[in-house]
Design a protein around this ligand. Structure first.
Ligand SMILES: [Zn+2]
Length: 345
């Protein structure tokens, strides 16, 4: 842990200067000092301070073998939330219970490492030296940017990952996507916004053998616990079509990016085409399947791409995004799909 001397704390999410009351609290402190010898944590007016033989401590404080705290360099108050040290090292100190990003199994104020979710975004804080995924040259606890391999760490849904995960973070440290082979996500997705994020489409009207299944593909997302909703809007640029195509897949999606820089890109427009030729042939070849189910499944799959899911070729996971799924039974987002989407929104 590097000790750095600049005195600046910011509320990172808001970007506001967090104006600290500079100075001591002579009356309260004197009362404490007269009453007893101060050692260890002392709470005063809702703030925590740390004393060694009556001396209020400042800066980084190590407790036990790995619990780092930061005490304001002037006031000595224990800090929580985002903390900037030096010019570029952001740390995240466990917020109070109920605060955004609070880790319930870690003490308040302690420097967090690995994954944190705060303000609706995921961040990755450099593990301490000697641990997996530690990047040398970056202090333990400092926010990572760029590409991170998180092999062996608890992932964001609380599961231990047995395989390497490779994730990209943007220059502000916000998680963008998982990029390795088992990735759940594509390089594109809608900008997050609102809760749930709403994505519109131009109303469409097909005959009774197509429209109900297409509606159902939409409703299966809207009725799920995924934090996205599809709504129709007359002026939408986003379109859905069903028509006979010569290509072999059941559906296709065309997406427009906000920028050619993939690391920062989001999807700004989509056009979905369901291929009536291949879908009809699939239905004809599976006598017990219903047209409604197959169309729902293909429609819901394409909408999965809209919200940022990639094709999931692994056979083991039940997923709407699995190209080998049973299109008569998997017609709505699965637990895995919903979890993948809620990582983004
Ligand atoms: Zn696909």
């Amino acid at each position: 842990m590097a000790y750095e001397d600049s005195l600046t704390t910011y509320n990172k999410s808001g970007g506001d200067f967090f104006s600290e009351e500079i100075g001591v609290f002579p009356e309260e402190e004197m009362a404490d000092l007269l009453a007893r010898s101060l050692n260890g944590w002392v709470q005063r007016n809702g703030f925590w301070y740390f004393y060694v033989n009556n001396r209020r401590q400042t800066g980084w404080l190590l407790r036990g073998t790995s619990n780092w705290y930061f005490l304001h360099t002037t006031t000595g108050r224990m800090q929580t939330g985002w903390l900037l040290r030096g010019t570029s090292n952001w740390y995240f100190l466990n917020p109070p219970r109920g605060g955004s990003g609070h880790h319930s199994n870690r003490p308040e104020g302690v420097m967090l490492t690995e994954w944190v979710q705060t303000g609706g975004r995921w961040y990755f804080l450099n593990p301490i030296s000697g641990q997996h995924a530690h990047r040398t040259g970056v202090p333990g606890g400092a926010m990572r940017t760029g590409r991170v391999v998180t092999t062996g760490f608890f992932d964001r849904s609380g599961e231990r990952t047995s395989e390497g995960e490779v994730h990209d973070f943007n220059s502000n440290g916000a998680w963008q996507r998982q990029v390795n082979n088992d990735a759940r996500h594509m390089t594109l997705w809608w900008p997050r916004g609102g809760q749930p994020t709403t994505i519109n489409f131009q109303p469409f009207n097909f005959n009774s053998s197509w429209q109900p299944g297409m509606n159902s593909g939409i409703n299966n997302w809207n009725n799920s616990t995924a934090n996205v909703r599809f709504i129709h809007h007359n002026n939408s640029n986003n379109t859905v079509n069903a028509l006979s195509r010569t290509w072999n897949s059941y559906g296709r999606i065309y997406m427009t990016r906000s920028t050619s820089n993939i690391a920062e890109a989001t999807t700004t427009r989509y056009q979905i085409e369901l291929n009536s030729r291949t879908i009809n042939s699939l239905i004809n070849n599976n006598a017990s399947w219903t047209r409604h189910n197959v169309i729902s499944s293909v429609m819901a799959h394409e909408l999965g791409h809209v919200v940022g899911l990639r094709d999931n070729p692994t056979g083991g996971t039940s997923s709407l995004m699995n190209g080998n799924r049973n299109r008569n039974t998997i017609t709505r987002p699965t637990t895995f799909d919903i979890q993948s989407v809620n990582m983004l929104y």
